[in-house]
Design a protein around this ligand. Structure first.
Ligand SMILES: Cc1cc2nc3c(=O)[nH]c(=O)nc-3n(C[C@H](O)[C@H](O)[C@H](O)COP(=O)(O)OP(=O)(O)OC[C@H]3O[C@@H](n4cnc5c(N)ncnc54)[C@H](O)[C@@H]3O)c2cc1C
Length: 504
């Protein structure tokens, strides 16, 4: 059993929930293999890491071939419509909500806007499970943000199109609400307008931000910090094995000589062969949607796991909602700047988390120049907040579905009111999607006090499957209210340190 193919830990998924434990565990001397279904991306940092098998971002004409990995809907085949294994996004079209996530080494850090923030819900971590509290998790937020080098923008950064600049002197809108402004995981240029190449401590090359290309289609220069080079470059030097294009299909727990082990089955998407990885422990971090899917499939179809009566319960959307605000300001190009231009304060609505987003990266989308110029004259006004987290995910006949009722969550009424006020006060049209859309799915394998209130306990371990841990968005006990990546990262860091401390 104990041969070279046997790991202390197999980590599934390389997003915030996966890369951080992988890094900590190898640094502590464990033998770790990380399995990621997506490819390495073709960025300056990844190239400088010596990774030769890299896939394009969805830029230029590759937008059409590389933007979508898989599309799931009730009118599609059970396993969804597979578009391209190199695609960046996976979309689940459910009845009342669309849930989107990403694929690639580094997970959601390629598509995210780089907003770094603690949970905005007060005392978020308190009261869910004995031993877990705001006090015990807090320092992990600081540690991750320091590693990303994230900080607030300051006037000397000369960032274009900030909400502070836009609303200066405005007698109605302002650039603050009751929430602290989020920090940004962006490498600000020392000399704005003159971005320079920089070598990180791990010997990785990246370029300072030019303020025009660090958003939802990736950051080819590495100006936006992503997990592939911030956490994995160092971990690989310390022995981490990363298997890209390696899609986990099921997880199997077994016992040998009184000890529990795991067999993780995968399809190697590059060579089109099936493989098995054996380990003492498994850290599951495939992102909330795919973690739930893998747990359901492993329990109900592959019969490799058992129990988990709360699996699929308490699924939330973090209250994501917004609209395109057609400001039609001909003096501006809102696709320049940071991905998020800043908070927006709407009189009487300061308790609702609202931000103004540009569309940097739009230059890579092959659309007519006039259309792109027209889109760039407006912004996305986005809101988020704590929803009821009462969605229920199920897996029947291999079809993964989320039953979610936005009407149960007051946050959507609050955000819609903000959108109405912004539209009416400005006299500029607000275009909303006809269905709720979230990139912040959380819960479904949540932290709880016991097997009847959650799927995992205080140390992140699945109650009835010892040695299996959940460290991604699925683990969250409630919606964090603001951008969730740092809350996921802090949890993942906390769980990894707990394992190291126990000598697991
Ligand atoms: C457009 C966009 C903007 C965003 N902006 C922000 C922001 O500014 N701030 C913020 O805090 N959050 C933001 N988010 C959300 C943030 O990206 C996610 O909350 C975060 O990435 C979730 O981390 P995770 O570890 O749970 O999952 P992920 O980061 O999604 O990582 C999961 C990984 O697992 C892999 N995987 C899935 N299934 C399998 C399988 N079967 N086998 C192997 N690997 C698998 C996936 O390919 C993926 O790489 C944004 C998201 C999007 C899409």
């Amino acid at each position: 059993m104990m041969n070279n193919n046997f790991d202390d830990f197999v980590v599934i998924g390389s997003g915030f929930g996966g890369s951080i434990p992988a890094n900590k565990l190898v640094n502590a001397g464990y033998k770790v293999t990380l399995l990621e279904r997506g490819p390495w991306r073709n960025s300056l940092p990844v190239k400088s890491m010596g990774i030769s098998r890299r896939a394009s971002y969805p830029h230029g004409w590759k937008f059409y071939s590389h933007v979508l990995k898989t599309f799931h809907a009730s009118y599609m085949p059970k396993n969804g419509l597979g578009v391209n294994k190199y695609g960046l996004f996976e979309v689940f079209h459910n009845k009342n909500i669309i849930n989107a996530c990403t694929s690639g080494v580094g997970g959601g850090s390629h598509a995210y806007s780089g907003l770094h923030q603690r949970a905005t819900v007060p005392n978020y971590w308190d009261g869910h499970a004995d031993g877990v509290s705001n006090a015990s998790i807090d320092r992990h937020y600081d540690e991750v943000m320091t590693k990303f080098g994230s900080r607030l923008k300051v006037p000397a950064d000369n960032v274009p199109n900030t909400s502070a600049e836009l609303f200066e002197g405005d007698d109605f809108f302002s650039s603050s609400n009751t929430f602290d402004e989020p920090a940004n995981g962006i490498l600000y240029p020392k000399l704005p307008g003159n971005p320079q190449l920089v070598k990180t401590e791990a010997g990785v090359l990246r370029k300072e931000s030019a303020y025009d290309d660090d958003s939802f289609l990736g950051s080819p220069t590495g100006a936006k910090g992503s997990l592939d080079f911030i956490y994995l470059a160092e971990a690989i030097k310390n022995g981490l094995v990363v298997k890209d294009l390696c899609q986990v299909t099921s997880i199997h727990r077994f016992t040998s000589k009184g000890e529990t082990f795991y067999c993780t089955k995968v399809v190697d998407l590059y060579h089109a062969v099936e493989r098995e990885y054996f380990s003492k422990r498994v850290i599951l971090a495939a992102g909330a949607l795919n973690t739930m899917k893998l747990l359901f499939h492993s329990r109900d179809v592959a019969k490799g796991l058992s129990g988990m009566p709360q699996l699929g319960q308490r699924v939330g959307s973090n209250g994501d909602h917004g609209g395109y605000w057609a400001l039609n300001d001909k003096s501006r190009n809102f696709s320049k700047g940071l991905p998020i231009h800043g908070p927006i304060g709407i009189p009487g609505e300061e308790q609702t988390y609202t931000i103004m987003c540009g569309i940097p990266g739009l230059q890579h989308v092959p659309l007519p120049q006039r259309l792109k110029a027209s889109i760039s004259r407006g912004v996305i006004l986005a809101g988020m907040g704590q929803d009821a987290c009462d969605g229920v995910a199920s897996y029947k006949n291999n079809r993964f579905v989320i039953d979610y009722t936005p009407d149960n969550s007051a946050i959507f009424t609050d955000i819609n009111r903000c959108l109405d006020i912004a539209e009416h006060h400005s006299g500029k049209k607000m275009y909303r999607l006809p269905i709720n859309f979230t990139v912040h799915t959380c819960g479904g394998a949540s932290l709880g006090a016991d097997v009847n209130t959650g799927v995992i306990g205080a140390g992140g371990e699945v109650f009835d499957n010892p040695g299996l841990y959940v460290t991604d968005g699925a683990a969250l006990p409630a919606a964090p209210g603001g951008p969730p990546s740092m809350t996921i990262a802090a949890w993942a860091s906390y769980v990894a340190e707990g394992l190291i401390a126990q000598g697991q």
